[in-house]
Design a protein around this ligand. Structure first.
Ligand code: AQP
Length: 326
């Protein structure tokens, strides 16, 4: 069995991009692997958060994990800050990471652009992510395309440390889907769909009501050419909608394009609204019950204990190999 690790930040409600790029993989992988899924709250405080809202979002994301089909009997589900090994290992890795490589990370550049000064945590984010992964001797990391650079850095740090000290870490592989790995914003298909974008119609959150789903899709940016064709370079808006349609319906993009030959964007969008409503309804229905149940916190406590036991073993090995602690 391979060990799988991944996480989502509790920075808002999970959207279709998070779901199609990452969470769908989480669910698929849990039958044949040992999966550990984390709510990465320490990552979320790299940008300002309202403490009350953050607490609530942590439980929302946990409930959404379970609502989409992550089964706590099969997978470990827990909150990052409940296992101290993440922060501890992060410092140790920091000492083997270079400022040059960190300053090349595009996510850091994007999130700090235009600011006179950025929080050091934003700069160190990829090292904490490497610690999350390496702490569990992870083989596979299912993520969206936007995390490719961070996974590469994690691998580089692990290899560097393995070469310098005794073999300490398993070198993980990223797992990226062919379709869905990068869902674009509905209002601007040159940007990725994001939880923190100001325009709520740039994304579809998994908890959006039918009316909101319809509004966001019907006003999604397309182009003036009128033909339904998959061409991400020249027709990014339509191609993004085709990808969403394909992944949610289980049909290939070619089949979707063929079935809309001669139709206009309006008809295509109306169909996509129906497909999306159908896909999200069961998630929304599961969510209300799970979010209110006392069991949710018990699942997170149990998950933290199980994750903590694995982390403790890794930290002992790391400290031994580095010659620190007593
Ligand atoms: N647009 C996307 N398409 C496909 N996958 C995506 N992911 C994020 N956006 C897309 C994947 O979802 C997982 C969880 O992401 P995250 O919450 O840890 O952080 P993020 O990548 O920064 O996501 P957001 O939604 O853009 O959040 P904010 O706005 O808070 O920064 C990851 O596997 C990610 O690749």
């Amino acid at each position: 069995m391979k060990r799988v690790f991944s996480g989502v930040q509790p920075t808002g409600n999970i959207h279709l991009g998070n779901y199609l790029g990452a969470l769908k993989q989480f669910v698929e992988l849990q039958d044949d692997n040992e999966c550990i899924y984390c709510i990465v709250d320490l990552h979320s405080i790299t940008v300002p958060q309202d403490p009350k809202e953050l607490r609530s979002h942590i439980l929302d994301v946990a409930a959404l994990y379970l609502s989409v089909g992550i089964d706590p009997k099969k997978s470990i589900v827990f909150v990052q800050s409940d296992v101290s090994g993440h922060s501890e290992l992060s410092w140790i890795l920091t000492c083997s990471a270079y400022t040059g490589e960190l300053s090349r990370m595009t996510q850091f550049k994007d999130k700090s652009r235009g600011k006179e000064s950025a929080p050091a945590g934003l700069f160190m984010y990829p090292v904490l992510m490497a610690a999350d992964i390496l702490l569990y001797d992870t083989d596979i990391v299912p993520v969206g395309n936007d995390q490719k650079q961070h996974i590469e850095l994690c691998r580089d740090i692990a290899i560097r440390i393995n070469n310098k000290y005794k073999k300490t870490f398993v070198v993980p592989d990223g797992r990226f889907l062919k379709e869905g790995a990068r869902i674009m914003a509905l209002d601007d298909p040159t940007k990725k769909m994001s939880k923190s974008a100001e325009n709520i119609h740039s994304r579809i959150s998994l908890l959006d009501e039918d009316g909101k789903i319809k509004k966001s899709i019907m006003r999604a940016t397309t182009d003036s050419d009128g033909e339904i064709r998959f061409d991400p370079e020249n027709k990014p808006g339509v191609s993004n909608l085709l990808t969403i349609y394909s992944v949610l319906s289980g049909k290939s993009i070619d089949d979707v394009v063929a079935s809309f030959a001669g139709s206009g964007y309006g008809d295509f969008k109306k169909e996509l609204v129906e497909i999306t409503k159908e896909a999200l309804l069961p998630i929304r229905q599961n969510f209300s019950e799970i979010r209110e149940s006392d069991e949710l916190k018990a699942i997170l406590r149990d998950g933290a204990e199980r994750a903590g036991a694995i982390a403790e073993k890794t930290m002992k090995r790391v400290k031994d190999n580095f010659g620190i602690g007593f």
